[in-house]
Design a protein around this ligand. Structure first.
Ligand code: NZQ
Ligand code: ZN
Length: 379
């Protein structure tokens, strides 16, 4: 096992009905209450949150309208609101887009310059407002990690930030809050959580990692099984609960602790598809990931085969890649660029965009030419 530091200070409050406890954790505070386009009003989560805030005398200012693939212009607006209203914390009620927006606002609140400086490594986040979460969609694990991803609409960059101060203080994980997540978003979440687990699994530098391999294989098996159950019966509590906790564990630091260096190349390429075409994060990954596996098959064939055996009951690398494609298609996720109306002729433009994130992440082998070759396999 490689040396590691594992630190995750987020308190998870998990279970049916726990949404009504959010006010307890915010007592005595004034928060900026962020949410998306209104699903929480239609499914009753908004009412439960507001009732709890009122019960515990929590002051709050609302700001709605966070969009999927959240944007920088909204972050600027929300920082202004947070300052004007002198809030002392942020409450994010939503999925990854709302939580990531909360993190960017939390970091920008104390900073005199442009919050985008943090994304392009011009400045370091040293202080942030405390963040509280009521999760409504399982996918990103933003509820239990210190990262956030925002799109700068003018530069077409979908870039990330990371800082210890961005771990949420408390995240409420109430599986019943996800009963209304539409099927395409369930599929997106399933793909996202699986790829979070497998980026590390297939790119790690240290060979002997039985604990981490076992975590990953169990979590992927659970995600696949529960996704199918959820698509059949959206109100299957146990399936929602197991999916929810698996997605959180998929990117909270647990499965990568001890594996040495690893890379996130599929996210690097996927973020460009979202930055340029505004396609959902999960859909970007179901397109890129099989292509990346094909490109790298000869280097990782043994590992692909052992993963295939543990998860899909397959015995070789080719069949494992096919099993991924079949699974993605079965749940309704796209696996080719043309399925989301992206033309092969655009590959050069996408590769050009992706190189800037590859540079930021130090992915030296991912030149524009290499990225284009991988994307050709998704055409
Ligand atoms: O706008 P609202 O009303 O919130 O509706 C949302 C949105 O339309 C809807 N939704 C959420 N909960 C619902 C619901 N609809 C019905 N019932 C519910 N209970 O679902 C749609 C998608 O929401 P979004 O938050 O965009 O999805 P997700 O959680 O997949 O977040 C994706 C974003 O997170 C980033 C992605 O790049 C993308 O921008 N990621 C964040 C990461 C992190 N911070 O660690 C890591 C990931 O790799 C990822 O990059
Ligand atoms: Zn992801």
């Amino acid at each position: 096992m490689k040396d590691f530091v594992f630190y995750n200070p987020t308190q998870i409050v998990f279970g049916e009905g726990k949404t009504s406890e959010i006010g307890k954790y915010l007592q005595g505070k004034k928060c900026l209450f962020l949410y998306g386009s209104g699903s929480i009003k239609r499914n009753g989560i908004y009412d439960r949150v507001v009732e709890s805030l009122k019960k515990h005398d929590v002051k709050f200012v609302e700001k709605s309208g966070v969009k999927p693939n959240p944007v920088l212009s909204f972050v600027y607006e929300a920082i202004d609101t947070a300052r004007k209203e002198q809030v002392d914390c942020i409450l994010a009620v939503g999925g990854g887009s709302v939580i990531d927006t909360a993190k960017a606002v939390a970091a920008g609140f104390y900073y005199n310059g442009d919050v985008w400086d943090f994304f392009v490594d011009k400045a370091k986040i040293t202080k942030a407002l405390p963040i509280y979460v009521v999760l409504t969609l399982s996918a990103t694990a933003s509820e239990m990690n210190s990262g956030a991803v925002i799109t700068n609409e003018s530069t077409k960059q979908k870039f990330n930030i990371q800082a210890v101060s961005l771990f949420p203080k408390v995240s409420i994980l109430d599986p019943t809050n996800t009963y209304t997540v539409p099927q395409n978003q369930v599929a997106n979440g399933s793909v996202d959580a699986i790829v979070h687990l497998l980026e590390g699994y297939f790119t790690k530098s240290y060979p002997n990692t039985p604990i981490q391999d076992g975590f990953v294989e169990t979590l992927v098996r659970t995600i696949i099984a529960t996704t199918k159950k959820i698509l059949e019966n959206p109100k299957d509590y146990d399936a929602r609960a197991n999916f929810m906790w698996s997605a959180t564990l998929a990117l909270n630091g647990l499965t990568t602790a001890g594996i040495g260096n690893y890379e996130f190349p599929n996210h690097m390429m996927g973020h460009s598809l979202s930055a340029l075409y505004d396609i959902a994060h999960g859909a970007s990954l179901s397109i890129v990931f099989p292509a990346w596996l094909k490109y790298n098959e000869s280097n990782i064939s043994k590992r692909l085969a052992s993963f295939g055996k543990a998860v899909f009951g397959k015995t070789n690398s080719k069949d494992t890649i096919t099993a991924f494609e079949e699974y993605f298609h079965e749940i309704g996720a796209p696996i080719r660029l043309k399925e989301v109306n992206i033309d092969k002729a655009d590959i050069d433009k996408i590769a050009e965009n992706a190189v800037s994130l590859a540079t930021k992440w130090g992915l030296k082998t991912y030149t524009k030419e290499v990225i284009a070759k991988i994307l050709e396999l998704a055409a």
